[in-house]
Design a protein. Sequence first.
Length: 294
Amino acid sequence: MIDGERGGMDSDHDRSSAGGGKDAWPQALNRPAEARDTPDVIPPNGAVPPNAEVTTDPAPSTPSADPSVTGRGIAGLSTPYQVVAALALSLIGLLACAQVAMVFLHVAPSNTLTKEHGKTIDRWIYPEFEQNWKLFAPNPLQQNVAVHVRAEVVDADGRRTTRWMNLTHEDAKGIRGNFFPSHVHQNELRRGWDFYINSHDSENRPNGLRGDLSERYVRRIAMLRLSERDYGGTIERIQLRSATSSIAPPPWSTEKISTRPVYRVLPWWTVTPDDLPEHAAEKSRDAARAEANQ
């Protein structure tokens, strides 16, 4: 039996070799029994065994959509939530377009739109979205500017003048070491002083319609800072000045620059109730009314 089986195997081997090809069922021993016993299974290599009836199955039908499966994203929300999401996205898109348009008009050269709607554009941009290009200018700012103030105080002993108080230094103390410094400490005084300088000439005379507005703005900032200190009397007049000093060159530079401060001193201003903080202004007005009624 062993020889017979070997002979049968050899004869099969010789027959397949003589035909120049492989066995018609090379994977017959590796396929599961169900596949071997099923006559209508087509082998992977496309060969069909003799005396086998080949049948073809109809094309598989497309499975129907499962109504329990819903879409993803907004499509997966209920109708009310889809409406809310669409309105929110529309509002965000409109705000983004308005922001881009306002910034473009703000930095664009003067044109018909900026002349007609300049105030509206400024109210949108300032102060949060101000575009300051000094960092990219060919000659960036190379100076430190400090704003000082002193006051004339009247008390029971008479009239006296306080020492100069460095307002810029007070703001710097609130910024150093603070990971989230306030907008007031960073920009209020600096922008207010720039506003005044750009609205006045070297003789401190207004050079446009915004001169009076910038003066009142700076006076209120100064009185707001002075009101935080107790001078033991009533502040009747204040005076401001700026100290501008050039930044020293680096050690490796041969450039010689004087770092001595240059002062710009403003005239004395008489304090009015409009210059005082709100609570102090109300107190001053009440005192004035009481004095007028006596």
